[in-house]
Design a binder for this molecule. Sequence first.
Ligand code: ZN
Length: 66
Amino acid sequence: MNKTVACPNCDKPAVMDSSNRFRPFCSERCRLIDLGEWVQEGYAISDRESASHSHLDDEQDPYSKH
Ligand SMILES: [Zn+2]
């Protein structure tokens, strides 16, 4: 009776049943990871806009010289 789908995060079978509160994910962890990913993406986009290019150059220079 248990219908399963591939978890969007890890592709493991996730039970599509009321017993699985985290459907369509297989577990709470996968659900949080998936949520966290798009939240981080949102931050990364605004971060890149404000941090800009010059900061990146400053950080990369000492590493490349080593
Ligand atoms: Zn999963």
